[in-house]
Design a protein around this ligand. Sequence first.
Ligand code: G4P
Ligand code: NA
Ligand code: NA
Length: 191
Amino acid sequence: MKELQEKIKQYGTVLPGNVLKVDAFLNHQVDPELMVKVGQEFAQLFADEGITKVWTVESSGIAPAVMTGLALRVPVIFARKHKSLTLNQNMYTADVYSYTKKTTNRISISKKYVDPSDKILMIDDFLANGQAVEGMLEIADQAGVDVAGAGIVIEKSFQPGAQELKDRGIRVESLARIKSLADGKVTFMED
Ligand code: G4P
Ligand code: NA
Ligand code: NA
């Protein structure tokens, strides 16, 4: 997505440890007009899939997920994240390990908002190691719902998440694919 790449070039900064900071339009301040276009793009890509719900994980996935739900005219669920490893029989849960933060969070989705006939589109802001998407897949598996695939705003293609998901047969659509953040410079797959 050309406009997204331009935003990344203009406002993205590279931090030590191969982290791309995009607080200017995605992770802190949110650019609503860009997010609407992101949502429309995902809706178009998955238009023929019969999606009934969009899933994401709080918090940074919510903005693109809501705009996708708006474009598809379906509800959006954001999995809640808890530090404590609480169990609740009304929730589907999965443990998500963050390589970046070296912590495990339990994510949960209430059974109340899951229907066995659902077909899910997973949305997230970043795909790096793929742990958040793996967590959503685990919940989808427990719930017995179909998954159409994952819509990712920014894929770090040099990290293993995207390839691992594709190897498992999961459709992954990423609007920006980053080949490298070496030497503080953003290089896209298309460059
Ligand atoms: P992953 O396995 O889910 O792909 O992510 P990983 O554990 O590698 O990273 C943990 C967190 O850091 C995730 O957010 C992920 O989206 C985010 N992240 C990974 N690489 C980058 C990056 O280069 N730039 C930015 N800005 N974020 C990155 P989170 O903490 O789970 O979610 P949230 O609370 O921010 O929504
Ligand atoms: Na995220
Ligand atoms: Na994040």
